[in-house]
Design a protein around this ligand. Structure first.
Ligand code: CA
Ligand code: CA
Length: 319
C-alpha cells in the first residue's frame, strides 16, 4: 500500500479542527474515572508543558507547509502518538524523511487509560482509530466517526497490548496481547473496530518487557514482531503470514543487546520514507532515535540516527 504525505497533512488539519475521539474519550474518562477531572484543569496549561519536546520542533503553522510527495514501498508511514504525564494525547506526523513534525493536540483526559494503541481501520484503512483500556474494559473510537464503543471487558488480563499491523488473514491490522500467564494472543481486527475470535500466538512470553514493530522487517512481505527482555536483548520474531494457533511467529532472531538503554521502543511503520519499517526509541535523557529498517533478518536495523533532542522522556506512552 502506498501512503501519501498529502493524506497525512490533511489528517493534521482534521485533528487540529477537533478530533471526535478526543472529545468522546475525554467525556468517557470523566464519567468512568472521577480522577480524570484533574487532568482537564491541568490541560489548560498543556501548551507550556515543561515536558514538551524542544527544538527542532517548529510551530504548528509549519505543518501544512511540508513537502507533499508519495512515499514508495509497502510500509505505511504513521504518526507517532504520545501521552504526556498530564494525560494529553498528541499526534506527531512524520516529516517524511525521518523525524516528526510539530504535534497536533488530540485532547486531554487520557491519564486513566491503562493501555492505548491505534489501528488504521476506518476510512478504508486511512484513518488512525484509537483503542483505550480503562479498568478491564476496552473502548474503540474511529478517527472519522463520532462513536466510542465498548469492545469488551476482561482486557485487564493483559499486561502488554499493541498492534503490529496485519499479521495475516484479512486485510485489517491486528492486535497482539500478552496475558499475565505469559501467553501471547492475536486479535484480528475488523473494519468496525471489533475483533475475530482470538488465536494463541505462543506461550512463555513473560520474560519480555516491550513488544514493538509495525511492518515487515525481514523483506519477505510478512509483518514481524519485535520483543525486548529487561536485560536488553532485542529479538525479532518473523511473521509467517499464518493466523493458525501457535504458527503465527517463526523462530526468533537476536537483533542485539543493550536495548535496555532505551525507555521506550515503538514503531510507526516507515518513518524515513524508504518504504521499509523502522524502529523508534526514546532514552531516559529525553532524546529520540530512529533505527532505520534494512529489510534483512540478519541485521534488521541500521545504526541509529537522532531525530529528537530533548523532552521525549516526558511521555508515559508511545504508540
Ligand atoms: Ca517479515
Ligand atoms: Ca524506513
Amino acid at each position: 500500500m502506498s501512503f501519501t504525505l498529502r493524506r497525512s497533512v490533511r489528517r493534521v488539519a482534521l485533528r487540529t479542527a477537533g478530533w471526535s475521539a478526543a472529545a468522546a474519550l475525554a467525556a468517557l474518562a470523566a464519567v468512568i474515572a472521577p480522577s480524570a477531572h484533574a487532568d482537564h484543569s491541568a490541560a489548560s496549561s498543556a501548551s507550556s508543558d515543561a515536558s514538551a519536546p524542544a527544538a527542532p520542533f517548529r510551530s504548528h503553522g509549519a505543518a501544512g507547509g511540508a513537502d507533499v510527495r508519495t512515499v514508495a514501498g509497502s510500509a505505511p508511514m504513521l504518526p507517532l502518538f504520545a501521552r504526556t504525564t498530564s494525560g494529553q494525547l498528541r499526534a506527531y506526523e512524520p516529516k517524511g524523511t525521518g523525524g516528526f513534525q510539530p504535534y497536533a493536540d488530540l485532547g486531554t483526559g487520557y491519564s486513566t487509560a491503562t493501555a492505548l494503541f491505534r489501528m488504521p481501520l476506518s476510512g478504508n484503512g486511512g484513518a488512525q482509530d484509537l483503542y483505550l483500556r480503562m479498568n478491564n474494559a476496552l473502548y474503540y473510537t474511529a478517527e472519522r466517526g463520532t462513536e466510542t464503543k465498548l469492545i469488551g471487558t476482561g482486557w485487564d488480563q493483559f499486561n502488554l497490548l499493541m498492534s503490529p499491523g496485519n499479521m495475516g488473514g484479512a486485510a485489517q491490522p491486528d492486535v497482539i496481547a500478552r496475558d499475565t500467564a505469559g501467553a501471547l494472543w492475536l486479535y484480528q481486527g475488523k473494519t468496525d473496530g471489533t475483533f475475530l475470535t482470538r488465536v494463541q500466538a505462543g506461550t512463555g512470553w513473560s520474560g519480555m518487557d516491550v513488544l514493538a514493530g509495525y511492518g515487515d522487517y525481514t523483506g519477505d512481505g510478512k509483518n514481524d514482531l519485535l520483543a525486548r527482555t529487561p536485560a536488553g536483548t532485542l529479538y525479532l520474531y518473523p511473521g509467517t503470514g499464518s493466523v493458525t494457533a501457535n504458527a503465527i511467529l517463526g523462530t526468533r532472531v537476536t537483533v542485539g543487546t543493550g536495548w535496555n538503554a532505551y525507555k521506550t521502543l515503538v514503531s510507526t511503520g516507515d518513518n524515513d520514507g524508504d518504504g521499509k519499517p523502522d524502529l523508534i526509541a526514546s532514552d531516559s535523557a529525553g532524546a529520540l532515535w530512529l533505527f532505520k529498517g534494512t529489510g534483512k533478518a540478519s541485521a534488521p536495523f541500521a545504526a541509529r540516527v537522532q531525530i529528537g533532542t530533548s523532552g521525549w522522556a516526558g511521555f508515559n506512552a508511545f504508540f
